[in-house]
Design a protein around this ligand. Structure first.
Ligand code: F6P
Length: 514
């Protein structure tokens, strides 16, 4: 039987590779075909408007025809329905992936369960806002990976102007991280959230114990009474000493890097209120609906995955860069790194067979305009071909002279245009040092206003893009065994067990562990 993946890539690699400028010249409808505006209205929770423009990528009808056929051969429609229908989409762990249900997109039973859990979280949030746990001015949210990156991003993006509670997200086992949070908080008015799906992660449990000690050492009578657990292992939290009334559970089938929508989003709700948290869920659900219903290239996350696949598998691009022209999204590249690299950084298919082309690219990025003065040199003139995503908001986040925001957007649009156009900046047009090859791809996501709904939509778009990439590669995006070996070796070193190589032994000795 022929393998549809290798057949597709052989066929795509045999196609001519017109330049971006040629693609625009050849097809007057190109912009219309490869860009789309999504709109939704959520009543009192607000509106959503986002423009997605993939026209400055090398996708054309011939490539898209091939990739749509590949999607069909990989049973994309059925896999997408399995995702929302609670099917086993994580075969190595025998699990469903029901993060969609947390925002209303799933089976009736999953959505019902999710809504009950969100309501429970909302009641605790309201109670805290109304003083049920005394004066609360600070929250130290302790978690790592998916239990920290989403809350950190969302609090940073949404709670800049008005934060009902001052939130500090601490992830690293490096005590400096926790000390920094302690220095910014008054122990008498601080709550501790322990966020861990498994409630066993060494960094989180160590930091949680130190945070409780800090409360006790600083005059708080009942430190464990100040703890809220956010977990899919409520029994583990009870065993650890958290009172059941302050445990906010979430389903085991919600993966760590997809858990922002569950009680792991508690600090977001505490900082900005339940209405904004619900708006974030609504924005994500609008993308779920689009992803579920739109077909082929009209499906935006799938279209983005087509471009990702094309650049990694046909053009051998090893990285993809994301630049948000918005300070509020400065943590987005970190968030996307876990989402994309932990999900799709695999070397075997879901059936356990070795893949024969690259899987996830390395995701990296930063904020514009800062990045223009640091890394854009390489994007414009370096030897790597790096597809870029730009993200910006039409409405400004600041209250200053509108000249700031205008300049921010102008710069963003100019970079995409320059990457594509290329040219020569010297007087005679011949100086190689001033030459720009151009024909460098970029995509643009332009939101009307970066509010809670838009943030939810942006994140859900990337979740589905990651899933679509996995389906097209035939890999399982929902496990992450690659993180386990290092964890085991750390335990072995701690226990003085295991036979390590000479270099590692020398390092242990140098640090007094020999
Ligand atoms: O080590 C990887 C990982 O399992 C991530 O997938 C997860 O988001 C993170 O650790 C934290 O896990 P937990 O929420 O169980 O503490």
């Amino acid at each position: 039987m022929t393998d549809p993946i290798s057949t597709t890539w052989d066929a795509i690699c045999a196609l001519p590779q017109p330049k971006l400028s040629e693609l625009f010249a050849a097809d007057p409808d190109r912009l219309e075909k490869l860009s789309q505006r999504l709109e939704a209205s959520f009543g009192e929770l607000g509106d959503l408007g986002i423009r997605f423009d993939w026209s400055k990528t090398h996708l054309d009808d011939a490539i898209l025809d091939q990739l749509e056929a590949l999607a069909e051969a990989m049973d994309f429609d059925a896999q997408r329905e399995a995702l929302f229908g609670g099917g086993i989409v994580n075969p190595t762990e025998g699990r469903a992936a029901t993060h969609g249900a947390m925002r209303g997109s799933g089976t009736e039973a999953d959505v019902e369960e999710a809504q009950a859990l969100t309501t429970r979280m909302g009641m605790l949030v309201e109670a805290i806002h109304h003083g049920a746990l005394g004066e609360v001015n600070h929250l130290i949210h302790i978690g790592i990976g998916g239990s920290a990156l989403g809350p950190d991003l969302a609090v940073d993006a949404l709670a800049r102007d008005l934060s009902l509670v001052d939130v500090h997200v601490v992830s690293n086992i490096d005590g400096l991280a926790l000390e920094q949070a302690f220095a910014a908080c008054d122990p008498a008015t601080t709550l501790i959230a322990i966020a861990s799906k498994t409630f066993t992660t060494i960094e989180t449990m160590t930091n949680a114990a130190s945070a409780l000690k800090w409360l006790g050492d600083n005059g708080v009578d009942d430190p464990s009474g100040r703890v809220i657990a956010l977990t899919a292992n409520p029994e583990g939290a009870v065993e650890w000493g958290v009172d059941e009334t302050r445990i906010l559970p979430f389903p085991e089938s919600v993966g760590g890097r997809y858990s922002l929508w569950s009680s792991i989003g508690f600090p977001v709700a505490l900082a900005v209120g339940m209405d904004d948290f619900q708006a974030m869920l609504a924005g994500a659900q609008a993308i779920d609906t689009h992803f579920r219903e739109a077909q082929g290239r009209a499906n935006l996350p799938l279209l983005a995955a087509f471009a990702d696949q094309y650049y990694t598998r046909a053009r051998w691009c090893q990285t993809r860069a994301v630049f948000a022209y918005d300070e509020r999204l400065d943590l987005l590249p970190d968030y996307l790194q876990q989402l994309e690299m932990e999900s799709n950084g695999k070397s075997v298919s879901a059936k356990g067979e070795p893949v024969d082309r690259p899987t996830a690219a390395v995701t990296w990025g930063g904020v514009g305009t800062d990045a223009q003065h640091a890394v854009f040199q390489l994007l414009h003139q370096g030897t790597h071909l790096i597809p870029v995503d730009f993200i910006a908001s039409i409405a400004p986040g600041d209250q200053l002279d509108p000249a700031h925001h205008k300049s921010l957007l102008i710069n963003c649009f100019a970079q995409g245009a320059a990457l594509m156009a290329g040219g020569n900046m010297s007087a005679d047009g011949k100086d190689p040092a001033r030459a720009f090859p151009g024909d460098r791809p970029s995509a643009m996501i332009l939101v009307d206003d970066l509010d809670a709904a838009a943030l939810g939509a942006l994140i859900a778009f990337h979740e589905h893009r990651t899933f679509a990439n996995a389906v097209l590669m035939g890999i399982n995006p929902f496990d992450q065994f690659g993180v386990e070996l290092g964890k085991k070796m750390a335990k072995d070193i701690d226990a003085g067990e295991g036979d390590f190589d000479a270099s590692t032994k020398a390092l242990m000795e140098a640090a007094g562990m020999g």
